[in-house]
Design a binder for this molecule. Structure first.
Ligand code: NAD
Length: 355
């Protein structure tokens, strides 16, 4: 398997380094082999090539089976014009690789319950849900305009979706659900929005053709409430771009810690981009303080969704659980009575737990 590695900036470099160590243990144990090509994106790419996403990076990523990304950005590049900022590289990469589904699992490990803002009885024995957000359509990409009026201005954005765009992401949701409990909730606003009514029609038709999937529907305002009232009712949530943007952040915060949250962006084929949801954390970069577990678990997602290596993905996730059970914590998830460790030590502990 060919993996394009993009460490990026700040703690991205540190968390990718530890994740590669974990993947090395997987290769030794499973007999598979990973071929890495490290490429530039973000701030370092700007410094060395003048642009946030060099053509070479796009070419290497396209020729790979998956992209494993740390994080990009930092204060030294904040004053550059929008299209030259590190984050522009990320958006362009998603576009170049034609990824249209963003997968954001929200898993609250029982060992980290106290990090959540929710009450013990709501959390039960932990949360494990997946928000799938459409990434390339809807309000963020539809026609937008501003015109002058007699008393000021008028502005509008357009939420546009085609049958094809909805079909392909609902099919992704079904594939993901089959690797979980088989339950999918479509979140929309079909009582008000025409585009939502199309989502519902397409989803209902596909659900009828896929009898192994249990599909239900929820309005977005209710979903926002239900996520904090009873998050354990959800397994896979699929929704359009803006609703997904908001709900995936809400769902992540149920788990309380940025350093524990992986993500994936996938398209029609197997090639995907796997990255933690956190940024480059300039405040702790280079100090061995970053939690590498979000990136380690992004690599587990890569094995599951791009390489069909479910057993190895579960092995990594179990190794993370074991290390948490043993009481080791990086500073962001530190609790009284636990053992504080740095980035490198956390990486080593996961490797040891795997072995
Ligand atoms: P951030 O996620 O980098 O950091 C927010 C806070 O969380 C900081 O206090 C940081 O120390 C902490 N934190 C984040 N990840 C952590 C980890 N793994 N372990 C321990 N603590 C962690 O967000 P920010 O400060 O708003 O942004 C910093 C830079 O990152 C900016 O340049 C921003 O544009 C960029 N950014 C990049 C991405 C990406 O590459 N996908 C995402 C978000 C932000």
């Amino acid at each position: 398997m060919k993996i394009a590695l993009i460490p990026g900036d700040g703690i991205g470099i540190e968390v990718i380094r530890e994740t590669v160590k974990v993947l090395d243990v997987v290769t030794r144990q499973s007999g598979c082999s990973f071929e890495y090509r490290e490429v530039l994106m973000g701030g370092r790419a700007i410094d060395e090539t003048g642009v946030p996403l060099p053509q070479e990076t796009i070419d290497v990523c396209k020729a790979s089976d998956a992209v494993l990304l740390g994080a990009v950005g930092g204060p030294q590049w904040d004053t550059l014009p929008g299209h030259l900022r590190p984050e522009a590289g990320l958006l362009s990469l998603r576009k170049a690789l034609e990824v249209f589904a963003n997968l954001r699992p929200a898993v609250l490990f029982p060992q980290l319950k106290s990090a959540s803002t929710l009450k013990e009885e709501v959390l039960g024995d932990g949360i494990d849900l997946m928000v799938i957000r459409e990434l390339t359509g809807g309000l963020y990409f539809g026609e937008k305009k501003r015109v002058d009026t007699a008393d000021g201005q008028k502005a509008w954005d357009t939420m546009v979706y085609s049958t094809h765009e909805i079909e392909r992401i609902i099919k992704v949701a079904f594939q993901i659900a089959r690797k979980r409990s088989g339950k999918v909730t479509l979140v929309d606003k079909a009582n008000v929005l025409e585009s939502s009514r199309l989502w519902r029609e397409v989803a209902t038709r596909l659900a009828l053709e896929n009898k192994d999937i249990a599909m239900d529907y929820m309005y977005v305002d209710n979903a926002a409430m239900q996520l904090v009232r009873n998050p354990r009712q959800f397994d896979v949530i699929v929704t359009e771009n803006m609703f997904g943007d908001i709900l995936s952040d809400e769902a992540s915060m149920l788990t309380g810690s940025l350093g524990m949250l992986p993500s994936a962006s996938i398209g029609a084929g197997k090639l995907g981009i796997y990255e933690p949801i956190h940024g480059s954390a300039p405040d702790i970069a280079g100090q061995d303080k970053a939690n590498p577990l979000a990136t380690v678990m992004s690599a587990a997602m890569m094995l599951r969704y791009s390489f069909d290596m479910e057993n190895e993905a579960v092995m990594i996730e179990n190794a993370v659980r074991k290390v948490l059970d043993q009481g080791y914590r990086t500073l962001d998830i530190m609790q009284p009575g636990m053992k504080a460790v740095g980035t490198q030590k956390m990486g080593e502990l996961v490797c040891k737990a795997l072995e």
